[in-house]
Design a protein around this ligand. Structure first.
Ligand SMILES: [Zn+2]
Length: 320
C-alpha cells in the first residue's frame, strides 16, 4: 500500500501527515510555524517532520520499506502549482517566489506537488469529505479570512498561475470596509470571522445589557464569543449572527451564479455555527438567486482541521 505525505503550511501551524489512498491519517506531526524566521528555517522544520514520519513508518512495518508515494503541500497564500513556486506566503516573513517544490524534492527525494490551502481543502472534501459524489461543488472556508476552491466538471479549477477560486476577494461594495488584500468591500471584509468580531466590537457599546458588552470590558471580542452569546439568546449577538448569515448568503448567491455547483460545502472555524447561520443564508439565496439556483444545499465540511493535510495528500494521489 502506498502512502502520501500531506503538509499543511500555515502562518501559525505546520502540520504533516501520512495518509493512505482512502484519505485516512496513518500518522501525523505538528509544530508551530517559525513564521518570522524566513523560508530556510521553515523548510528545515518541514523536512524534520517528514523525516520523523518516514522513520516511524519504517520502524513500524515488518518488512521495512519506505512506502511514500510523494508529498503534497498546501500553503496559506497564492501558489503557482505548475511552476512549483509559492508566490506569497501570507503571514510568513520572506516568502516571495520560493521554489518550494524543487527545494523539498531535492531534500526528500520524493516528488512534490503544491497547491494553495483553499484549493487543497476543496480537493480533500471532494475526494474524502462532504463533496464526495459531486461533479460540481464549491468549498468555502470562513475563519480569520474567507478562502475556498471550486470543482467544476469533475476537476479542480486552477486558472492562470493556479490562482482561481479566490472567492473571499469578490468585491461586493466599492465603498465597503478595507480588506486584508488591500482592496475595499471584498466578501472577506464583510463576512469573515474577523469582520464579525469587528462588528461586535463596534456595536457592544450600544448594548450595555449584552453579554458581549461585559466580555469586551476585559478583552477583544472574537467571532466565537458572538456565536456563544447567540446560543445563550443574547439579543445583540443574535442580530450580529443574522447579519453574518446575510453576508454569507449574498456571497454564496454569487458563487451559485458563477459556478452552478450541486452543493456548497462550508468549513473553517465559523462553520461550527452553520445551524445558526443557515436560516439567514437560505433567506438571502431565496431572495437573490435566480430560481433554478435556489435549491442548492449548503452543507457542513467533513474534514474539519484536517482538510489541509488530507487535501494536500489528495494532491499526491491525483498525480498518480
Ligand atoms: Zn480582499
Amino acid at each position: 500500500m502506498k502512502a502520501a505525505i500531506g503538509i499543511d503550511l500555515g502562518g501559525t501551524q505546520l502540520r504533516v501527515a501520512r495518509l493512505d489512498a482512502q484519505g485516512q491519517i496513518l500518522d501525523h506531526r505538528k509544530t508551530q510555524t517559525a513564521a518570522r524566521a524566513g523560508p530556510a528555517v521553515v523548510i528545515d522544520q518541514i523536512c524534520a517532520l517528514v523525516d520523523e514520519l518516514r522513520a516511524a513508518a519504517l520502524a513500524d512495518t515488518a518488512a521495512p520499506t519506505d512506502d511514500s508515494a510523494g508529498i503534497g503541500v498546501c500553503v496559506a497564500g497564492p501558489v503557482d502549482p505548475d511552476a512549483g513556486v509559492v508566490l506569497e506566503g501570507w503571514t510568513m516573513a520572506g516568502w516571495h517566489n520560493i521554489p518550494l517544490r524543487d527545494l523539498l524534492a531535492a531534500r526528500t527525494g520524493l516528488s512534490v506537488t503544491l497547491a494553495n490551502d483553499g484549493n487543497a481543502a476543496a480537493l480533500g472534501e471532494w475526494r474524502f469529505g462532504s463533496g464526495q459524489g459531486c461533479r460540481h461543488f464549491v468549498y468555502v472556508t470562513v475563519s480569520t479570512g474567507i478562502g475556498g476552491g471550486v470543482i467544476v466538471d469533475g476537476r479542480l479549477l486552477l486558472g492562470h498561475k493556479g490562482m482561481a477560486g479566490e472567492i473571499g476577494h469578490m468585491i461586493l461594495d466599492r465603498n465597503g470596509p478595507r480588506c486584508n488584500c488591500g482592496a475595499t468591500g471584498c466578501w472577506e471584509a464583510f463576512a469573515s470571522g474577523t469582520a464579525l468580531a469587528q462588528r461586535a466590537t463596534e456595536l457592544q457599546a450600544t448594548a450595555p445589557d449584552s453579554h458581549l458588552h461585559r466580555l469586551a470590558q476585559d478583552r477583544s471580542l472574537t467571532a466565537k464569543d458572538v456565536v456563544d452569546a447567540a446560543h445563550l439568546g443574547d439579543a445583540l449577538a443574535r442580530r450580529l449572527v443574522q447579519e453574518e448569515g446575510a453576508w454569507l448568503g449574498i456571497g454564496m448567491t454569487a458563487l451559485l451564479h458563477l459556478y452552478s455547483p450541486e452543493r456548497i460545502v462550508m468549513g473553517g472555524g465559523l462553520s461550527n455555527a452553520l445551524p445558526l447561520l443557515l436560516p439567514e443564508i437560505e433567506r438571502e439565496i431565496r431572495n437573490r438567486a435566480m430560481p433554478p439556483f435556489r435549491d442548492v444545499p449548503i452543507v457542513l465540511a467533513a474534514l474539519g482541521d484536517n482538510a489541509g493535510v488530507i487535501g494536500a495528500g489528495a494532491l499526491v494521489f491525483r498525480e498518480e
